[in-house]
Design a protein around this ligand. Sequence first.
Ligand code: GLU
Length: 321
Amino acid sequence: MKTEHDRTTRLAPSPTGRLHMGNAWALLLNWAIARANHWRVLLRMEDLDDSRVREGDAEVVLEDLRWLGIDHDGPVHYQSRRIERYREALQSLQALDRTYACSLSRRQIEEALSAPHEHPGTIVASLGRRHEAETTGVDGPTNQRFVCEEGVVHIEDVIAGSYSEDPGSTVGDFIIWTKQGVPAYQLAVVVEDADMGVTDVIRGNDLLSSSARQVRLYEVLDKPAPRWWHLPLVVDQEGRRLAKRHGDRCLEAYRQSGVSAQKIIGLIARWCGFIDRHEPLDVEVFLQLAACQDWTKSGSSFLSGPVMFTEEDHQWLMERS
Ligand code: GLU
């Protein structure tokens, strides 16, 4: 049994573009919760998506983290260097008969389900489930799907509370290996978190539903699932999640326009309700404030819903001080 100090978390940015304020919020909180509790903090680049990772992107992410004062223990892990390890995990799932090749996309499966007679030769048992004919007549590589048993997964999330989902019926058999020859996110994240000894996964709650799928993989790979902490997302004034379209508001852009890291940290502290006005803050102070929180107590202002990155916040960051 791990003690509260003998725990490990990871920061897992995807270097598929610039980090935005939503990423900064999740990474800073992840780091501060861990450091406040004396846990190990590992850093992993989720760089498997070849088509989206450009040369130099990981370096910009590392620079953003350094700038904010977010440190980590040990070397940086790069998922792209561990393909063989993921392949081994795929093979163990294959040996357990828990995977199958499937050339159909999710949309094709849904179409086949709604109009089976238009898809002669395709036998669809239920949404996303095993097909007998899906690979016939297909040359070349296909995706591999995980046979996801039906049944409800219950998660006691430290931040989001109780969460239940039956991934076998909400998503069905999901892709764990792509036809491009790389592991899909769900497999890579589970294998890597298990190998790295991660006990606490802290991330945005857009991934809460993925956790149910990941629990299924942990069970079949016979590894203990981590404790989950899903943080509210940061949204813009229209209530939309921050994304690439907010490119001018990425950390790198702020850094290059001369905005101080203390302002970014102060803004995140305000979103957390640690302070009640716009004020620059040193990362050490943020850490002290985080250390005073009872993270398991719901009702803290930032736990209850999405955080809004307002126009006023942006104007304050850009003000010359
Ligand atoms: N790489 C993902 C992201 O940047 C996080 C995945 C995870 O924490 O499991 O959103």
